[in-house]
Structures are given as C-alpha cells and as structure tokens.
Ligand binder design. Structure first.
Ligand SMILES: Nc1nc2c(c(=O)[nH]1)N=C([C@H](O)[C@H](O)COP(=O)(O)OP(=O)(O)OP(=O)(O)O)CN2
Ligand SMILES: [Zn+2]
Length: 131
C-alpha cells in the first residue's frame, strides 16, 4: 500500500475560553496541516493519488479557515478551537470530499491521518484507525 501526504497551511486567530493561561486570549498562528491518504494500488501513471488532486480537495476546506477567527466558525460553536478539534474538522471534511469523489471511491482511497501543527513544536494527529 502507498501513503501520500500533502502539506499546506493557513493563518487564523483563535482563543480557548477557560484555558488557564495566555491561550484564553485572542491570538493567531500559522497552522500547518498534513493530510495523508492511502491507496492499495497505483493508477496507470504509477500514482497512489496525484498530489494535485489531493490539494484540490483540501483547498476549499483550508480556505474556509484561512484569515478567520476560528471561534466564529459554526463547527466550533460547541467545541473549542484546539489543534485536536481543528484536526477533527479537517478530517471530517476531507473524508466527505473523498467520499464524493468517484475516482477516490472506485480506487478505495482512504484518509489515514490529519496532522495539525499549531506551532513548530506542538502538533496533534487525528486518525480513525490505529493502523
Ligand atoms: N493539547 C493541546 N494543548 C494546547 C493547545 C491545543 O490546541 N491542544 N493549545 C494551546 C494554545 O492554543 C497555545 O496557542 C499553544 O501555543 P503557545 O503556548 O502559544 O505556543 P508558544 O510556543 O507560542 O508559547 P510561548 O510560550 O507564548 O512562546 C495550549 N495547549
Ligand atoms: Zn493557540
């Protein structure tokens, strides 16, 4: 099997109400995102999935968050904007995007993991399987 990973980033503000420290106040990050997709076979070009196709699926999801205050996004109306919940959001949307893509469906591509770097040294990975 083959795992491909695309990396992107967005800039956004957030705050974590109730956090016992500075993160409770509005502040911003350049959030770095890694999305890993697994293919069991290669296509006729020898690709698990064209990186560009993966980027195209990811682009609208990231655009929705870029240059916003994450706390204003409806997904986070009942969740905090931690790296964990941001990873969960991107995973949910990316899973939907793969599910709606005929080629991805036919080729049984699966979303393995979404990693969110809140800073260079802090990151969270969300995955549905323990593989
Ligand atoms: N498990 C988690 N822990 C923390 C999260 C999180 O999402 N998941 N988030 C925060 C804060 O949002 C915070 O922004 C994290 O970064 P920060 O402490 O600001 O990092 P810095 O390196 O910039 O810290 P400085 O000491 O201010 O330089 C906290 N924990
Ligand atoms: Zn933060």
């Amino acid at each position: 099997m083959f795992d491909i990973t695309v990396t992107t980033q967005f800039s956004a503000a957030h705050q974590i109400p109730g956090y016992p420290g500075a993160c409770a106040r509005l502040h911003g990050h350049n959030w770095k995102i890694e999305v890993t997709i697994r293919a069991l076979t290669l296509d006729h070009l020898g690709m698990a999935l064209d990186y560009h196709q993966a980027e195209q699926m990811l682009f609208p999801i990231i655009s929705e968050l870029d240059h916003t205050n994450l706390n204003d996004h409806p997904f986070f109306s009942d969740r905090t904007t931690t790296s964990e919940n941001v990873a969960f959001f991107i995973h949910s949307r990316m899973k939907q995007a793969l599910g709606n893509d005929l080629q991805a469906k036919n080729r049984k591509l699966s979303l393995m993991a979404v990693t969110v770097y809140e800073t260079d040294i802090y990151r969270t990975t969300y995955r549905e399987t323990d593989g």
